[in-house]
Design a protein around this ligand. Sequence first.
Ligand SMILES: *C/C=C(C)/C=C/C=C(C)/C=C/C1=C(C)CCCC1(C)C
Length: 242
Amino acid sequence: MENFLNLMYFFGNTPAGDDLVGITFWIGTMAMMAASAFFFLSMGSVDGKWKTSLLVSGLITFIAAVHYMYMRDAHAEGDSTTVFRYVDWILTVPLMCVEFYLILKAAGATTKHLRDLVVLSTIMLVTGYVGEAGLGNASLWGLFSGLAYFAIVYMIKFGELAKLAASAGGAVQSAHNTLVLFVIIGWAIYPVGYMIGTGDGMWYSFMTGLVAAENMDFIYNVGDSINKIGFGLVVYNLAVSK
Ligand SMILES: *C/C=C(C)/C=C/C=C(C)/C=C/C1=C(C)CCCC1(C)C
């Protein structure tokens, strides 16, 4: 019993029933942990060429699980989660770029493609951090971030990577196309959360009128679960396809 209680302490205190953000940090931690175990354990049963892709899927959700524990505690203390959030993203989003590269490597993707994606995602996140942490005008820095986001979408949807995916065809092409959809639809959740969280006094303050600013973390948590676990499942699906 004592050990069980210690274990529960490790997972943290359960949040109050009406604390939606706290509950999603708590459930998010569990979901990311479960997904990591699934992706790591699946490595043993897939073709050798996909093992690294599954390893990366597991690392993405594992890194998020660890940051969710910190964010859950910070939230429970009433502290800001912004630094943990962006440290998580600066590690996991480049790993998502690695997934695009690994999937298309056999079709001719080069480390230059990977570098371009990583540079763009770093610009997207660093400029977003400046705006969200209040180090600069949130609207202006959010715009810079959005431009880098569009450049990423362009690269994978219309650029060379899209052409390589088309040349590969079959399961590789459809996995690439599904990941592209995650980036276009799933990643678009984040700028919405950002506008809600930073809307005060901005031209987009109507967003905060729709959903209160405190819900920014809730929106980010939903986005993370969809995107991080979703990305991993697309890769898993490719790895087990014939
Ligand atoms: C696992 C975490 C992921 C996939 C995080 C993705 C984050 C973004 C796509 C963030 C984008 C932003 C903008 C496009 C503009 C406003 C600032 C950001 C950083 C929220």
